[in-house]
Design a protein around this ligand. Structure first.
Ligand code: PMP
Length: 436
């Protein structure tokens, strides 16, 4: 919930959005304290442990007392390992001086908007997309410009769609493949067409923020492709990635970005100095080992294979439910089924239309169904509007994470099917549910 408007806070505080994945926790805790067993399909983190060789290195570093301030840009051995990984995975020649380490993949999203956007400048970002993209622009007085992804193109977008949104106020274009929440992956041809439009329509000082945090979680034997590898794009692209997803290390808070120039990297180093001085050096040494250890690739590959097997089973189960249509994602560990038929069937669209106008501003049919699924059938998921709200009227989706064991996922889908047939339960739920 937003803070109540008082003189206590500056106006900008009311403009900052949030990430609902962190807000559903108290609802789950409440149900569990009442003795219910909730199936969690809301998780945005792999259900694996960090690789033992990473954990051991962090422990070793703690034992040797590597617990003091360090280089605000990131320790040089890690920045060198990241630069080497850029060469190996993408064929890009990057100096360690272009690399900045952050506490997670997330901070550079806001920092980039702070660093590149003046009030009135426009930020183009994918919707559905990671919610922090839409959360920041208004906080900074900038303008959020959602680029709506189509289910029909497996949640990618065309160059023509992007072209329509570019103006002379565009400063930042955010892209995210493989994508959260849809698992969408763009082909080389699509990326090349998108790059061509950006080079033709944008000045050289417009930046592309390419969020590649799911770079290693790509299915069907495909290889991750970065837009920065297309001719003329490395000069304009910030590549962001991190250790949360590839190494199942969300609590480590380790991410990084590669900037087009050393001078830009130094600007972000200064933001680091202002906000948190540095990222813990013992974790950074663990991250270095994550990139350099000989068992690393095989460990990641095993996790990806598990996600792919679960994807295949669960997509098929979902498509067997009347009122649900689910694409097969090319990467990440999320499914993004279209639940328009279910929203009609249980009466969520009708219930939404009958709400007072003010309540309709704050909710959506898929949100009502999401809450019914949680409270009525004990399955936690995330609704469409958790991934950007602007212009989403009439879009009915849920995000289901496949970061749980197959048996748990199957139970979740069985409950989802039961909820989709439970119109009476939904009506009952709506009698007591308050829209916040
Ligand atoms: N970008 C995307 C697309 C994500 O899905 C996430 C995490 N859910 C992040 C960035 C942030 O990652 P981190 O936890 O490393 O800050």
């Amino acid at each position: 919930m937003q803070p109540v408007r008082t003189r206590l806070y500056a106006d900008r505080i009311y403009e900052l959005g949030t990430e609902n994945a962190f807000k559903i926790g108290p609802h789950i805790a409440r149900l569990e304290s009442e003795g219910h067993k909730v199936v969690r399909l809301n998780l945005g983190e792999p259900d694996f442990d960090i690789p033992p060789f990473v954990r051991d290195e962090v422990k070793r570093q703690l034992d040797r007392g590597n617990t003091h301030y360090c280089d605000p840009k990131g320790i040089l051995p890690l920045r060198k390992a990241i630069a080497a990984q850029m060469k190996e995975m993408r064929g890009l020649d990057v100096s360690p001086e272009q690399v900045v380490v952050f506490p997670g993949g997330k901070p550079s999203i806001g920092f980039c908007q702070e660093a590149y956007c003046n009030p009135g400048d426009e930020v183009i970002y994918p919707s559905p997309g990671f919610p922090i993209y839409e959360s920041f622009p208004r906080y900074l007085g900038a303008v959020p410009v959602p680029l709506h992804l189509d289910e029909g193109s497996n949640f990618t977008f065309t160059a023509a769609q992007l072209e329509r949104l570019i103006t002379d106020r565009t400063r930042l274009i955010i892209i995210n493949f493989p994508s959260n929440p849809t698992g969408g992956v763009a082909t080389l041809e699509q990326l090349a067409a998108i790059a061509e439009i950006i080079q033709r329509k944008c000045g050289p000082d417009v930046r592309v923020y390419s969020d590649e945090i799911y770079e290693n979680i790509v299915f069907d034997g495909l290889k991750h492709i970065s837009i920065a590898t297309i001719a003329g794009m490395a000069e304009r692209t910030i590549i962001s990635s991190g250790f949360s997803k590839s190494f199942a290390w969300t609590g480590g808070r380790l991410g990084y970005a590669v900037f087009p120039t050393e001078e830009e990297a130094d600007t972000f180093k200064n933001l680091n100095i202002n906000y948190f001085s540095c990222v813990p050096p013992y974790s950074q040494e663990g991250a270095r080992v994550a990139l350099e250890h000989p068992d690393s690739k095989a460990t990641v590959a095993r996790m990806v294979q598990t996600f792919q097997q679960r994807r295949d089973v669960i997509v098929q189960m979902l498509n067997g439910i009347d009122g649900i249509r689910c694409n097969t994602p090319g990467g990440a560990f999320y499914l993004f089924p279209n639940i328009a038929g279910v929203c009609e069937k249980v009466g969520a669209v009708e219930a939404f239309n009958n709400l007072p106008a003010a309540a309709r501003q704050r909710t959506a049919p898929s949100t009502l169904f999401q809450m019914f699924l949680l409270y009525g059938h004990k399955v936690a998921s995330l609704d469409r509007n958790s991934f950007g709200r602007i212009g989403t009227e009439g879009q009915h989706y849920l995000r289901l994470s496949i970061a749980s064991e197959l048996g748990v996922l199957e139970e979740g889908v069985r409950r989802l099917k039961a909820a989709s047939e439970d119109r009476a339960g939904f009506e009952q739920f709506m009698r007591t549910f308050e829209v916040h």
